[in-house]
Write a protein that binds this ligand. Sequence first.
Ligand SMILES: [Zn+2]
Length: 230
Amino acid sequence: MAPTKVTPNIFMVGSGTLSGVNDCCVYAVRLASGETCLVDTGTTNGGMIMKNIKEAGLGDKPISHIVLTHEHYDHTGAAWQFKKIMPNAKVIAHQTAVAAIEGKPGTEGLTAAAGYHATYTPVNVDIALSKAVEEMDLGGTKFTFYHTPGHTPGSIAAVVSDGEKKVLFAQDVHGPFLEEFKSDIQAWAKSMKALLDLGADVLCEGHFGVYDGAGKVKDFITDHLKDNGF
Ligand SMILES: [Zn+2]
């Protein structure tokens, strides 16, 4: 399968079919600088994702930033592979997710790696987000990060505008909610309602793909709220 264009500067470059069976949806944003920002990395298929980045017409300049949306292996597993070939890439995550992403003792359950019968290779976080809402300039492109705890304590979402379209990266909107993840369903509902208020035009989801159209974004989030009794 070929990488999927979401908007002129945003592509899906990894997923269960694009890069590896257990991979989350991995997105690449072409920054104003020409560099690439990755949103999540999938499990361990960095080589395939690099190939897809090039096929999408990105990759002339290196990956400058890697946003890790939460603690889970299917999103973070390949981060070390990208850091190995592009050591200047800055890993961004919420401060609540840092211990798990950096592989601190006692955080094994939070990475969900055991569920994939995998060993997680930790990576250092270069930029730890600490606010509920945080704006950041990444290579000349504005990212707004939102702390969206619920599926995990360290979950974040990001909004990037590309042309007329407001694109929301909200990876595991659908859950699941497990004790070992330290999920909090009440916090999740609050987070999802805050995401609804953003009125995004496009949702880039972590396993269900891309929802293009404000109505579809609203329906996807609202349906999951309803399914969970909210
Ligand atoms: Zn997850």
